[in-house]
Design a protein around this ligand. Sequence first.
Ligand code: SF4
Ligand code: SF4
Length: 168
Amino acid sequence: MKQILVRSNRCLGCKTCELACTIAHSAGKDIFSAFLGGDKAVSRVQVETNAERSINLPVQCRHCREPKCVNACMTGAMHLDDQTGLVLNREEKCVGCWMCVMVCPYGAIVPSEEQKVAIKCDQCLSEGHEPACVKACPTKAIMFMEISAFDKVVKQEFLSKFIMGEEA
Ligand code: SF4
Ligand code: SF4
């Protein structure tokens, strides 16, 4: 199963991924609809920055194999989807109690006070499963691939940088 994986050393903190995610989840799929339309689209990825340590990290749902949010959800809204293996929220069943928000170890679920639903990454399933954040990232800090392939990319980067003395 492909996952959204992050190379934080490449993240500039530019928040292009947040913008792309917000647009992808707006009614009209454009910037006007996302920010001026009535639906108030919300980004499912949040870029966290630690300026002192010069670290930027895009944070979104990790689609855990044993999801605490699913166990905590009393209405059955939050669920592990059999077909895709993704943790998804049936928003029509969500009552906005924020139990999932409280138990998520990554702080990856966004409580929408306005819509009274928990909002989270769906890996852009409705976009043909091509994550908007991945497509938009100018530095390829966010990648969409199998973990085994990601492991090879990271190893290659390490070898280029520290053994061959080259930037990957
Ligand atoms: S678009 Fe890429 S570089 Fe910019 S904040 Fe998001 S992950 Fe970082
Ligand atoms: S995969 Fe889609 S829903 Fe998930 S953070 Fe990226 S843009 Fe947002």
